[in-house]
Design a protein. Structure first.
Length: 282
């Protein structure tokens, strides 16, 4: 005889005079509701909309369901929630949370979910500077690179007297046969070696690089771009100090700093360079 089960309600022993009930009638439920705070933050900053504006959409708008803003927001929120793989979005596209974050609770086209599948997101991530037949969303590289610096500048009501830019390289461990995969002796693993630039809690740049490069590779170009943008918006009296470990103590970077009125110091120094002195290595 088959077991008769009630899948709608379970009763447990009462606690302090209160009933304890497990119900399964809640409808579509998400386990990532904390992302609603991220959505509220984005409504204030406008980050998703501004990032989406860095792309150029050459698709036929009458034939698509998901805008670039929806795609960008879906991917950013997914990464923030720990869903690094686009394959996760074949399930997440039906998650009511992502529909709320996208501002569309149901799709307009028949057979579509409110947000995109892994294939659509993959085409966005594989987009190029110039659109192609199969990747019709292109991006403006300069606009993408400038966005983080502009957000940093806008976070200050008044230009500060001094800022410290921190440069560092870190490892992104790889577990497959990804393109650009190399073994790094220091990290003892196959990885990428991105270059990051911070100013306090603000991220100004994150440049993805293979691990077969020196830690300082590309640092001069990043400083030219970032400091150039800062100085175009702030008065010249704002002192800029560049701080990094000994892996960045290369002639090209230090010579550029000295030629462009940028102070520098190595991590571990107890104080910043003295006025008129360009860098010390204690």
């Amino acid at each position: 005889m088959p077991t008769e089960c009630n899948t709608e309600l379970f009763d447990f022993e009462p606690v302090a005079g209160h009933k304890v009930v497990a119900g399964f009638d809640g409808g579509a439920i998400t386990s990532d509701a904390g992302a609603l705070l991220l959505g509220s933050t984005d409504q204030t900053l406008g980050l998703v909309e501004r990032f989406a504006a860095c792309f150029v959409d050459q698709r036929d708008l009458d034939l698509i369901e998901h805008s670039v803003k929806t795609l960008v927001g879906q991917r950013l929120f997914g990464l923030a929630l720990g869903y690094e793989d686009v394959n996760d979005h074949d399930a997440l596209r039906h998650d009511p949370l992502f529909a709320v974050l996208a501002g569309k609770l149901k799709a307009e086209r028949r057979g579509c979910a409110p947000v995109a599948s892994k294939s659509t997101l993959n085409r966005l991530e594989m987009s190029k500077v110039e659109a192609t037949r199969y990747h019709k969303i292109s991006y403006r590289a300069e606009a993408v690179e400038t966005l983080l610096v502009d957000l940093f500048l806008e976070a200050h009501a008044l230009p500060p007297d001094e800022i410290v830019l921190d440069l560092d390289a870190t490892d992104v461990v790889l577990h497959g046969e990804q393109e650009g995969r190399f073994f790094h002796g220091y990290y003892d693993n196959y990885c990428y070696l991105p270059l990051c630039v911070f100013c306090g809690r603000h991220l100004l740049a994150a440049r993805l690089r293979p691990a077969n490069h020196d830690a300082s590779a590309g640092s001069v170009e990043e400083m030219v771009r970032i400091i150039g943008r800062i100085r175009s918006r702030w008065p010249p009296h704002t002192r800029i100090i560049l701080r990094a470990d000994s892996g960045f103590a290369c002639e090209a970077l230090m010579a550029w700093c000295e030629a462009n009125d940028v102070d520098y110091l190595r991590l571990g120094q107890e104080q910043a360079p003295e006025e008129g002195h360009r860098g010390r290595d204690d």
